[in-house]
Design a protein around this ligand. Structure first.
Ligand SMILES: [Zn+2]
Length: 252
């Protein structure tokens, strides 16, 4: 199944006559849209053409289905109504499928096992490892993933759209928490994409076995505590605080 998924990601459907499945074909280069939304209907019969009117994208209709950032990506796609849809194999310049490029792509995906190997450790509870797996696949229900029309984060006074990167690394509370643990464990902290922050921990050179365990386990537990704190803020009206998250970690 993994091979099938990888191969599907490499097939890009060019929008021509628009007989392309809205949810299940890879026509936006984001992969199948059904994989990046949680909940809602993702019927195979929904066609891209339902979202086009007089040669233009119907922004309001798209906004009801996917997040604003996805809508912005879609609106950059040119529509050509005169020609047929056809699949393009993204791994070859010619657009034609070859077994060689498919195999090389699968081998490269093997590097992804490094990331997976970092989230499983006997010191990390299963529920946290599973959570990290979903986080790295952008499959946790932050507002941008579940397509909330009015999204306001719970983490800071700016109340920006809640996204994975904003929640886990970019807002003030997350920065404070990461700075604290990065200082303790001698890891470089560079604010930005959550994967970069995690990778800084996972590729840092360990001084000894204890340090090595900390480098592997701390970032997963920090993400988990940030998520728990976010859920408490959203559903129990408890204010998020960096010190509270740090304290929770320390008494674990
Ligand atoms: Zn925020």
């Amino acid at each position: 199944m993994d091979c099938k998924k990888n191969a599907e990601m490499s097939i890009f459907c060019k929008i021509r006559r628009r007989d392309v499945s809205f949810w299940w074909d890879n026509w936006t280069v984001l992969g199948a849209l059904a994989n990046i939304v949680l909940g809602g209907r993702t019927s195979k019969n929904t066609k891209v053409q339902e979202f086009i009117h007089e040669g233009a994208w119907m922004r309001d209709k798209l906004m009801g289905k996917v997040s604003e950032s996805t809508v912005n990506t879609i609106q950059k796609i040119k529509i050509n109504v005169d020609k047929r849809d056809y699949p393009i194999w993204l791994l070859e310049k010619t657009g034609e499928f070859t077994c060689k490029s498919a195999w090389q792509n699968l081998r490269r995906k093997g590097c992804g096992t490094f990331t997976s190997s970092r989230i499983w450790h006997k010191q990390i509870p299963f529920k946290i490892s599973f959570f990290m797996l979903r986080l790295l696949q952008a499959r946790i229900p932050t507002d941008d993933v579940v397509n909330m029309v009015t999204s306001r984060c719970s983490c800071c006074t700016k109340h920006e759209e809640e996204s994975i990167n904003h929640l886990f690394t970019c807002n003030e509370i997350a920065r404070h928490v990461w700075n604290y643990f990065c200082n303790v464990c001698a890891v470089k902290f560079s604010q930005g994409h959550v994967r970069h922050v995690l990778m800084n921990w996972w590729i840092a050179k360990a001084n000894n076995e204890v340090h090595s365990t900390l480098l592997q386990c701390v970032p997963s537990v920090v993400c988990w505590d940030i998520w728990k704190s976010r859920c408490a803020a959203m559903f129990e009206n408890k204010k998020m605080s960096a010190w509270h998250i740090i304290q929770k970690f320390l008494i674990l």
